[in-house]
Design a protein around this ligand. Structure first.
Ligand code: CA
Length: 343
């Protein structure tokens, strides 16, 4: 009788485990297709040979200042003093979760430390407003990523240049050039982005309030984390752009491409019902970035292979859990039987 009961228990347990496994697999499958699928959005992307950029009323990109568009690059500034130029997407972006990949090239004849000032990538309310912040207006609304190639702050020797940093602004804060924006930066890293023989890339991901910036400048075809912070709030309906400026020192600041990918991320009903265009750009620094890790791999160029790898890993983990549970149940029952014999 004991043996019969035991078999029944194990069978019941196994069937429960099987149902659980199937259920979990379904969840995992749904998660993979919704979480990792990336879609290039052509209306927000700038790619060779830049056909129709700026020249027609239906054009999706406008440019101003010193910007020169050729068939193989968009030169925001030439390697000459006191230039500034920008290029702006004319279509507001209503995606809630996105990833922008920028291929850029900063190069010039200036020797070490005798070049400047750098490039800024923007996601802002206003567009085509030339100004003092890397060729764009100050006190902007939205997000800026600065690729600062010149050290203005001689007291800030704890960081090497070029230096990449992020700033979110609700129109109230000024960028402090003299301090290289240190007082308003959310995070940053040093990266050798200038005069490289190979292609150099930057990726900006904004998803579920988390801002991640990655660089690929070592010709290794892999992303290296630069900035990763949570609690960032940005509205939809802003514009993507890029600008650059030179001063007493100069460089060629080229954009080769800007590719925007939509990230398929699920939001709660409450989030969906919000009017995302009304969100004020802000950052809650109370939240530690480390508390906010939902994708610790930071694996950007999500290919189907990565998705499958994750899937297989999860499958193995689930199978492992089930095997452990079954073994545990058997051992537990055996122990109980043994205990019974003692009574
Ligand atoms: Ca600077």
């Amino acid at each position: 009788v004991v043996c019969f009961n035991k078999m029944e228990n194990i069978r019941a347990f196994l069937s429960t485990a099987f149902v659980f496994l199937v259920f979990e697999l379904c969840l995992v499958c749904c998660d993979i297709t919704d979480g990792n699928a990336e879609h290039l959005k052509r209306e927000h992307s700038l790619m060779k040979p830049y056909q129709g950029v700026g020249s027609s009323p239906t054009s999706q990109w406008d440019f101003s200042g010193s910007t020169l568009v050729t068939s193989s690059y968009v030169r925001l500034t030439p390697d000459e003093r006191s230039k500034q130029g920008s290029i702006w997407n004319t279509v507001p972006c209503y995606l809630k979760d996105w990833e922008m990949h920028v291929q850029f090239k900063v190069h010039g004849s200036g020797k070490k430390n005798l070049h400047g000032d750098g490039i800024a990538i923007w996601y802002t309310k206003d567009r085509l407003h030339p100004g003092p912040v890397f060729g764009n207006q100050d006190q902007f609304f939205g997000l800026a990523i600065f690729l600062d190639t010149f050290r203005n702050d001689l007291h800030g020797m704890d960081r090497s240049f070029p230096y990449i940093s992020a700033m979110v602004n609700n129109g109230s804060v000024s960028y402090d050039h003299g301090k290289d924006g240190r007082s308003s930066e959310l995070g940053g890293c040093s990266a050798e982005i200038r005069n490289r023989e190979h292609d150099t890339y930057l990726a900006i991901r904004y998803s579920k309030g988390r801002l991640t910036v990655m660089v690929d400048v070592e010709d290794k075809n892999e992303w290296k984390e630069c900035i990763d912070i949570g609690g960032v709030r940005l509205p939809t309906g802003y514009f993507f752009g890029a600008s650059a400026a030179t001063g007493d020192l100069s460089d060629n600041h080229d954009i080769i491409s800007m590719k925007l990918y939509q990230l398929m991320v699920e939001h709660t009903l409450e989030e969906e019902n919000l009017d995302w265009t009304k969100i004020e750009p802000s950052v809650s620094l109370l939240k530690s970035p480390k508390d906010n890790i939902d994708d610790p791999t930071g694996n950007f160029r999500g290919t189907p292979l990565t998705g499958w790898k994750v899937f297989l890993l999860l499958l193995c983990a689930l199978l492992g859990i089930v095997v452990c549970a079954v073994v545990g149940a058997v051992v537990f029952q055996k122990r109980q039987e043994r205990n019974k014999r003692f009574y």
